[in-house]
Design a protein around this ligand. Structure first.
Ligand code: CS2
Length: 497
């Protein structure tokens, strides 16, 4: 590694010609966007759209300052600082073609655990016009039973008592907005980029709940001045591996400690509702619409739920990646049937989109053999994903008398997975979930009470009380606990349908 060129601003001109790089002057940029949660997805999506825009139009006011609020963000902060905030985007096509380019839209990074007031100052800076978020589905601190801000979280109590040194993103947003108001600055837009239905509306509601408890007058100002556009975001971005780092080193002779790998497909549909200006992302492929609802429902219920179907069933079966699942005919046909029979009937028509074609494309995207999207990533934090991706489809089908069995098997398999923590061959599954212990404790009671897992209200709401669902679910539980080879049940459901 010693003789490798390091990815840095001063070395950009020495990179091999086939590596794309910023042609704009990074020294002239100001950070109009402050982004909380700089992981793979932000770096394959918003940062890329913004990079393309700067490349195309020469705009200089919308560079991005990254923010990390957790100790686990320290490595990203360090890597980016060493690389002048540059990183490589490795776009992998299904035919084996790979396009590489260095992205230059990130220009700074503030690590909140080291300096909380620096985060507030950055958000309150006159240059900042948008604060965007990828804090994951679980990061919104929603109390699942009330749908409101969860004040029982100890960090929320801390934030109420220590407004100048908060821990949760909502504490930071409140403190920064207070500072802007007091300094006579316009509010920024808060732009969620997470996979949540009406992500902007939810962010608004949760932030107002919190701000109201702290300072009702400020909450009123936020209500009047801050925009929260809803958006649908999409680009499959697997976890970066050593192999990605080695690929750049071995093929092109430079060292990037944390590149991002992704598929070529990319989509961003945004409601055009910004309080303090916005980049012209439509010039580089984003779509601005007045109502994003049908797009987000389509994506959450087909793509994200499709991932969860494969992730949970595939994990128990012993598959390792999404492309591995869709190469297996049984899994591919189960996925398509779930989409056609259970998810699609709950969707509204989407202007300009043919749903059959959308599903075909999804299956092609999932099958991209060069995107090794591991099922561990898909199953990560299932307890905050399934309530958004899958359970609304079940509830809609219960209401409309539609099919529920394909989704019910996923829930039953999730119970088995949480209970045993191994696949059908006894191989350990690494479960990473905020509610891991709760899920495990409920699932392991299944022998005594077949509905114990389903009774977890914070995940399933009132599903256990629904007789039709409970009956189908119990049938699946019985079958799965008798024989954990999930493919037998999958085959049976497909042949019955
Ligand atoms: C995945 C998403 O987290 C998940 O379970 O479904 O990360 C998915 O890859 C992205 O939303 C694609 O846009």
């Amino acid at each position: 590694m010693n003789n490798l060129l390091l990815l840095k601003q001063k070395n950009l001109s020495q990179l091999p010609a086939e590596i794309g790089r910023p042609s704009y002057d990074r020294g002239q940029l100001t950070a109009g966007i402050v982004h909380v949660g700089v992981g793979g997805f932000h770096r394959s999506h918003e940062a890329v759209y913004t990079n393309e825009l700067m490349q195309e139009s020469g705009t200089s006011e919308w560079a991005i300052c990254g923010i990390g609020l957790r100790e686990s963000d320290r490595r990203m902060a360090e890597v980016l600082r060493k690389q002048d905030y540059l990183y490589t985007l490795i776009e992998k096509h299904p035919d084996g073609e790979i396009e590489n380019r260095v992205i230059g839209s990130l220009v700074d990074f503030v690590l909140g655990v080291d300096d909380r007031s620096a985060v507030i100052d950055r958000m309150a800076h006159p240059d900042t016009r948008i604060v965007s978020l990828t804090i994951t589905e679980g990061g919104y601190n929603v109390d699942a039973t009330t749908g409101k801000f969860d004040f029982s979280n100890p960090d929320a109590q801390h934030d109420l008592e220590n407004p100048a040194s908060p821990r949760l993103v909502f504490g930071f947003l409140t403190a920064a907005l207070r500072k802007r108001r007091d300094n006579g600055l316009p509010a920024f837009t808060v732009q969620s980029c997470d996979n949540i239905q009406h992500n902007g509306d939810l962010t608004r509601k949760i932030l107002l709940d919190f701000a109201n408890r702290q300072d009702a007058e400020l909450a009123k100002w936020i209500e009047d001045e801050v925009s929260f556009p809803n958006a649908m975001v999409d680009r499959i971005t697997p976890v970066t591996t050593e192999a990605d780092i080695n690929y750049l080193a071995n093929t092109f002779g430079f060292h990037d400690a944390w590149p991002v790998t992704c598929e070529p497909f990319c989509q961003w549909v945004i409601e055009d509702n910004f309080s303090n200006g916005r980049p012209e992302w439509e010039k580089v492929g984003a779509q601005f619409v007045s109502d994003v609802t049908p797009y987000e429902t389509m994506k959450l219920r087909l793509l994200n739920a499709g991932h969860s179907v494969l992730g949970i069933l595939g994990s128990i079966f012993g598959h390792e990646t999404i492309d591995g699942c869709v190469k297996d005919e049984l899994f591919a046909s189960y996925l398509r049937t779930f989409m056609d029979v259970e998810a699609t009937p709950t969707l509204d028509a989407v202007a300009g989109i043919d749903l059959d074609q959308y599903k075909d494309t999804l299956i092609e995207r999932f099958g991209n053999p060069n995107i090794k999207d591991r099922l561990e990533r898909i199953c990560l934090e299932s307890s905050s994903k399934l309530p958004v991706f899958l359970i609304p489809t079940i509830n809609d089908n219960l209401e409309r008398g539609g099919s529920i069995k394909f989704a019910a098997l996923v829930v039953a398999a999730w119970c088995y997975y949480s209970d045993k923590g191994v696949d059908q061959h006894g191989k350990e599954l690494e479960i990473v979930d905020e509610l891991k212990t709760l899920l495990h404790n409920a699932a392991k009671e299944t022998g005594r009470d077949k509905l114990s897992f389903l009774k977890l209200k914070q995940v399933f709401g009132g599903l256990a009380q629904n007789h039709r669902f409970a009956e189908v679910y119990i049938e699946m539980i019985d079958a799965l606990y008798a024989n954990p080879d999930v493919s037998v049940l999958m085959r049976k459901l497909l042949s019955d349908s």
